[in-house]
Structures are given as C-alpha cells and as structure tokens.
Design a protein around this ligand. Structure first.
Ligand SMILES: [Zn+2]
Length: 166
C-alpha cells in the first residue's frame, strides 16, 4: 500500500523559522526572494541545496483563481504576490487530492485557507514571542537595531549577522 506524504507549504516567515515537517516541504521562488539578509539567505539556500525544501511555482490557472477569491473576500489589498502564490500552490495540491498543510502566521493567508478548506499551522507562537533578535557585526561586534537594513557594518564593513538576544 502506498502511504501518501503530507505536503507542507512554507511561507517566507516559515522558511526563516524552519523546523523539519514530516512530509514534503515546498515553497515558492518568490518566498525565497523575500529573504534579504545575507545570513538568512545562506541559511535558507542551505535548506534548499540540502534537499529539505523544494521550490515549485504554482500553475497560472491557480494564481488567477486565488486572485479572484481574494478580490471577492476583500483580502486582495493585504496579500502580496508571494502570499497569492503560496495559496495557489496549496490549492493546486489540494485539487490533486493531496493532503496539504500551509505553515504561516499570516492572518490574511489563513483567512483564504479557511475559505478553501485547506489546513494550516501557525509557527509556534511561544517561540515567536520569546525570541528577540539583535543584529551584530561579525567583525567588530557592534550592535545594530532591527531596523538597520544593511548587510554590512557601517563602521568596519564586516558582515551583519542575526543573533538571539539573551
Ligand atoms: Zn563592524
């Protein structure tokens, strides 16, 4: 007997807080593109190269379907193109008869998923609330606030990395 694997679809935040989900882990290319920081990019591409997460883009037909739905529900204004593709990929697999779970904390995505009857799982709220990040220069150790969006240190040009605040 063939046991079906659950399809887990990860949005951008889910990529950054990646935990191993038992099944097939997929995301869309646009979600990867949203990962901007060098250290986070490295982490996420490591997951892709290691075969833990695969990248797949949804068929155009399903993107259009989601757009129509979102216009109807009024969610279209708050959904990004990435969100729409995540939803379209989930719908695509659902229509193929697969067991689909979307990993997302985004309420707009969750709303649409409920309309579609697709399961979702938020990231652990406990962890999300507890962890505070700081940005530190890996060379000179200078701290930067989370709204410092450069990849390199303004003082020494060293690489900025994200660390858990303790
Ligand atoms: Zn520095």
């Amino acid at each position: 007997m063939n046991i079906k694997k659950t399809i887990f679809i990860l949005d951008t935040t889910a990529l950054l807080y990646y935990t191993r989900y038992h099944g097939v882990n997929i995301t869309v290319e646009k979600a990867l593109d949203e990962v901007k920081r060098i250290d986070e990019k490295r982490l996420v591409s490591g997951l892709v190269e290691g075969g833990l997460i695969s990248i797949e883009n949804p068929p155009r037909k399903y993107i259009n379907k989601i757009r129509d739905l979102a216009v109807e529900s009024g969610d279209i204004k708050i959904l990004s193109d990435t969100d729409i593709e995540i939803l379209a990929l989930a719908l695509y697999y659902k229509m193929k008869g697969e067991e689909v779970i979307v990993i997302t904390d985004d309420y707009a995505i969750q709303n649409i998923l409920e309309d579609l009857g697709i399961r979702y799982r938020p990231l652990s709220r406990k962890i999300k609330k507890r962890i505070k990040w700081i940005y530190v220069c890996s060379k000179c150790g200078k701290h930067f606030s989370t709204d410092y969006h450069e990849d390199v240190c303004a003082y020494c040009g060293g690489e900025i990395v994200r660390r858990e605040k303790v």
